[in-house]
Design a protein. Structure first.
Length: 434
């Protein structure tokens, strides 16, 4: 369990990303499988949804749109402690989202009579996907809905797979969170067909959306790739992952617990320890064996921790450790070192950074107030997690008067002719004609 990758003698000019563990996740291969599914939804509508629901979910909902009374009853039946936990998580995410949404229009005065205004405009309608396979991720509901609401999105729809155990409805906790958030457009549709439902719409059931967000399996990711352009997407989410950068001050029980908690998600989940302390790595392995033997999802956990995507990575020192986790660009990065805040400030590539022994990934998954919809597979090198900004478009509003245009006219005409676009130059010159 947890292979060792020893980088201590590695040259500094080696491409670190090429030697680090990562789950196999081939969206391209899945495209061939999802294309006929998406086209069937486009061409056949509800008939295709019924056939696909029976094929993949082994249940056909009485109604693909969940009746509002089912949402309300699911919320009413929540245990008090769970309801309180959900409301706390929602409230904290809303407080952070309010800061993310504080983006007033900004105007730049470039010259007398020349100004450009930068406007942030919410997407009109979004479809939010919530997985319901190995774990019913009710937390993903609030992580998608809260920032969309804070951005000012006017129309929000949620889709989650139907469950045989719940009479063809999504998991009741997912329905309850939708109700707590005031979302009443919820569909019992899963997988690639849910993405197609949002992208194409189905007459009499669901209007097309402008943007689809939310995590999912490889087929959901493939459907997003296939339909991108027809609809906007947030990202092609891959298997979840955590990297823990730790030194000899870290508690191996904490490190092991956090690596195991991520492995619980999926057999492809990545759990990576980066440390200069072989003794810590050995201690963590020992705790992992004990914890894995006692956990409910033992088979899944052991498969993930023993897979090629998980490892204990040995480094020379903290500097090399920082370089390694930057190259790995983890979805979740925990810092368990001396002066963890200073180390965290050196990190450039991570979806979210958890600082010190009392900020485990589980905190961010639920109630930290941060987003838990984060870039995977190294995409944190160039991509951010799902925030209010994900639901906003930036529009530049250009406002020049005649004098301001005249001041630039000669230069623009020269520039246009240099690009062999004489009509562009003529459009400027025309405005100089009395």
């Amino acid at each position: 369990m947890l292979q060792t990758i020893d980088l201590r003698s590695l040259s500094d000019n080696v491409d670190l990303a090429s030697v680090l563990p990562r789950a196999g996740f081939d969206v391209t291969e899945a495209l061939a499988a999802v294309e006929p599914i998406c086209h069937a939804v486009r061409d056949e509508g509800e008939a295709a949804l019924r056939r696909l629901s029976d094929q993949f979910d082994h249940v056909v909902p009485a109604s693909f749109r969940v009746p509002p009374e089912k949402l309300a009853s699911a919320a009413a039946e929540l245990p008090d402690d769970l309801r309180q936990a959900l409301e706390t998580a929602i409230e904290r995410r809303r407080r952070v989202a309010a800061v993310e949404a504080d983006r007033p229009d900004r105007t730049v005065e470039l010259a007398p009579g020349a100004q450009v205004t930068i406007r942030s405009i919410a997407v009109d309608r979004v479809g939010l996907y919530v997985p319901g396979g190995l774990a019913p991720l009710a937390s993903s509901v609030l992580m998608n809905v809260v920032p969309a609401q804070a951005a000012g999105v006017g129309s929000i729809a949620v889709a989650s797979p139907p469950q045989r155990d719940w009479e063809g409805l999504p998991h009741p906790t997912i329905l309850a969170v939708c109700h707590l958030l005031g979302v009443d457009e919820v569909y019992a549709v899963g997988g690639a067909q849910a993405i197609a439902l949002f992208a194409y719409g189905v007459a009499g059931l669901c209007r097309p959306v402008d943007l689809v967000t939310g995590p999912g399996n490889v087929y959901v990711a493939a459907a997003k790739r296939l339909l991108q352009g027809r609809v906007g997407i947030d990202a092609e989410a891959g298997p979840t992952e955590v990297a823990v950068l730790a030194d000899d001050t870290a508690d191996p029980r904490h490190v092991a617990a956090d690596l195991l908690s991520q492995a619980e998600h999926d057999p492809l989940a990545g759990s990576v320890l980066v440390t200069a302390s072989p003794a810590l790595a050995d201690a963590v392995r020992g705790h992992l064996v004990t914890l894995a033997a006692a956990t409910r999802h033992r088979q899944r956990v052991e498969q993930a921790l023993s897979g090629p995507q998980s490892a204990a990575v040995l480094v020379r020192d903290l500097d090399q450790g920082v370089a390694v986790v930057d190259a790995y660009a983890a979805e979740h990065l925990e810092i368990m070192t001396r002066d963890a805040h200073a180390v965290a400030a050196r990190i450039r590539n991570a979806g979210a950074i958890f600082v010190g022994p009392y900020a485990p990934v589980s905190l961010g998954d639920y109630s930290a107030g941060s987003t838990h919809v984060l870039p995977t597979g190294g995409m944190a090198r160039h991509q951010s997690g799902l925030t209010v900004a994900s639901f906003l478009k930036t529009v530049h509003v250009i406002d020049y008067d005649a004098a301001a245009l005249a001041e630039l006219a000669e230069g623009i005409e020269c520039f246009a002719r240099a690009e062999n676009l004489p009509a562009h130059a003529a459009a400027i010159a025309q405005r100089s004609v009395p």
